[in-house]
Unconditional design. Structure first.
Length: 262
């Protein structure tokens, strides 16, 4: 039986919901209809067309770099940082006359957390938030963690007290594509011990994880947040495709702003 008590469904975010997720009282939070379903369809159609025209193949497809892709390339990292305002403005333009889902998320986080919320900064530059990711039939995300300090050796990464993964679902697959989250954290010590066997934080074999997991079938308009230290995966899509607006939220303490990036 899945540990479904670890999945919390709420109408709105607040400090307790976020605090419980960061402290692992829960492993996932779902906010149904966070973004209007009709807005989702219009925006998804535009984003599919953009990505179909420009993106290459990969685990998922996007025409926007994520920070994970630029950590080892200073030149590419500079281009990534320069993309912040164009990316935010692009999402506003494509969403018009409706609000941008990224702005809607930023406001919700800001109003929910005592210290507010802002964009993450690196070397004095703001980092972008709101990568769009398309997952097509046959694609899947293997079990993994997202832990910034393992990817990037920098004080802003090592000072993080916790990290959330966030997704706003604009379209969902006809079959498959469920989000799977385990109430299980592979510690830094465990991770170091198996780094040679499983390079990076991507692609842990399922046999090292508990049999029980939380399985979530998102609907268009849903906002889902997970504790990114928990092992999580995307089940294989067997029919259709899905598109999300994605990013991370870092915690530096209740009295300090949450920091957002993609």
């Amino acid at each position: 039986m899945s540990p479904n008590h670890k999945l919390v469904t709420v109408d709105t975010l607040d400090e307790k919901v976020l605090g419980d997720l960061l402290s692992l009282e829960s492993v996932a939070v779902r906010v149904p209809e966070f973004y209007d379903a009709m807005y989702c369809k219009a925006l998804a159609d535009l984003l599919y067309q953009e990505i179909d025209d420009t993106a290459g193949a990969g685990i998922y497809e996007s025409n926007i770099d994520s920070f994970w892709n630029v950590t080892q390339d200073p030149g590419r990292r500079e281009r990534y940082l320069a993309s912040t305002l164009p990316l935010l403005n692009r999402m506003r333009r494509l969403s018009a006359p409706h609000p941008s889902p990224v702005d809607h998320l930023r406001v919700a986080l800001d109003e929910s957390w005592p210290g507010g919320s802002t964009l993450m900064t690196l070397n004095g530059s703001k980092m972008p938030l709101g990568i769009t990711r398309v997952w097509r039939t046959g694609s899947e995300g293997l079990p993994h963690q997202d832990v910034l300090r393992r990817e990037f050796d920098d004080p802003m990464a090592h000072s993080l007290l916790g990290q959330l993964g966030v997704n706003i679902y604009l379209d969902t697959a006809d079959e498959g594509g469920e989000l799977e989250v385990w109430d299980h954290v592979i510690s830094d010590e465990e991770y170091q011990g198996m780094a040679d066997k499983y390079p990076g934080s991507y692609g842990y074999p399922r046999d090292i994880l508990p049999e029980e997991s939380v399985l979530i079938s998102p609907e268009p308009g849903d906002l889902i947040l997970i504790n990114a230290a928990c092992a999580h995966a995307i089940r294989k899509i067997t029919a259709g495709r899905r598109i999300t607006v994605s990013g991370f939220v870092g915690n530096y303490g209740t009295d300090l702003p949450l920091r957002c990036w993609s």
